[in-house]
Design a protein around this ligand. Sequence first.
Ligand code: SF4
Ligand code: SF4
Length: 349
Amino acid sequence: MDTRVFLARCDTYEQADSAVERVLDAFGGAAAILAGRKRVLVKPNLIMPKKPDAAATTHPAVVAAVCAAFVKAGADVAIIDSTGGPHSKAVLKMLYSRCGMEDAARQSGARLSYDTRSRTVETPDGRVIQKITLLAPVLGAELVVSVGKAKTHGMMSMTGCSKNLFGCVPGLGKPNLHRKYPNRKDFAGMLVDVCERINPGFSVLDGVWGMEGAGPTGGDPKHLRVIAGGFNPYAIDLAQCHLMGLRRDSVYSLAEAASRGLAPEAPEQLTWLGDDPEPLRTQFLPAIKHKKDAVPEILPNCAGCGDCARICPQKCIAIQDKKAVVDGDSCIRCYCCHEFCPAKAIMLG
Ligand code: SF4
Ligand code: SF4
C-alpha cells in the first residue's frame, strides 16, 4: 500500500499552477507518472452545472494545471464527467461551460470529451458488485487522473478523490445504484469496487476551497488552502478527512478501503510529504445534521422544477400544484433529491 500524500499549501486559485507542479514533482513529475503512456483521462468532480465559486465542483484552475502538466509531458489529455441526470452531448456542453472546463481545456491544450458511449465490464475483485457500466472513454484511457473536490457528503460523510470516480457511472446509472444499495455500508463497498475497477494512476485533490455543511452541492464554501496528491486515492481521502476535522469512522468508504488493506487505518500511518498538515487543519461542519433515516422535507421555496422527481431512484416524488411531494413510505433515504435540488428547497430532518 502506498501511504504517501503530498500537501501543497495553496491560498488562492492563482497559485494552483505552482501547487500542482509541486505535487507532481514530488512523484517524479508528469513524465515519470506517465511512464510511456499517452492516453490520459482527467476526471474532475462536475456533479452538476454550477459556477466554480460555489465550491461544488473541481475548480478549473486546478483542472487546467493538471492537464497542462500532462500535455507538456507529451500526453493526449481528455476531460470528462457525467452528472446524475441524462448523459448527453447537450448536457455535457452545458456542464463544461458552467463549470469553467471550456477555459480549462483551452488554457491547457486538453480536449473536452463528448463521447457518451458506455460499456459494461466485470469487476473481478468486486466485493459488492461483479459488473458495472462505466463511461467508455474512462475504460479506454491508459492513465486516469482523479481530480477530486474536498466536500462534505450527506450519505457518505465526505467526498474526495476515490468517490469522485462514481461520476464515471453514466448519468442515471447513479440513482439506479442508489436504489440497488440503499445501505450506506453496501454503497461504500460499491464505491470502492468502482474505484478499484477504474484504478486511477494518480489523484489530485482541490482543497483550496472546499464545501462544508449540506454537501455535496448545497453547502457553503470553506477555505482549506491545500492541493494534495499522490498515487493512492484512499490515502489522499484519509489526509482530507484529517484536514477537514471529520471522524474517520464516519467516512464509510475509508473504513471499507481500510478493511481491504487499501488505506491506512489512521492519519498517523500516512507518509506526509510537503507542507505541514497541522497549520492547515480546520473544522468543517459535517453534512449529516439530519436525524438518521429522516424523510426529505420540501420547503416553501420549492420551485416545482421536477429535478428531484427525475433523479429519485424510487420514483417516490411527485410534482403537485407546482410543488414536490415525497412519499415517505417508498423513500430509501439516499438523499439524491437533496443533493440535486437547485433551490436548496429540501431539508433533512
Ligand atoms: S428539485 Fe427542489 S425546487 Fe425542484 S421540485 Fe424538487 S424540491 Fe422543488
Ligand atoms: S425521496 Fe429523495 S431520499 Fe427518498 S428515495 Fe427519493 S431521492 Fe432518495
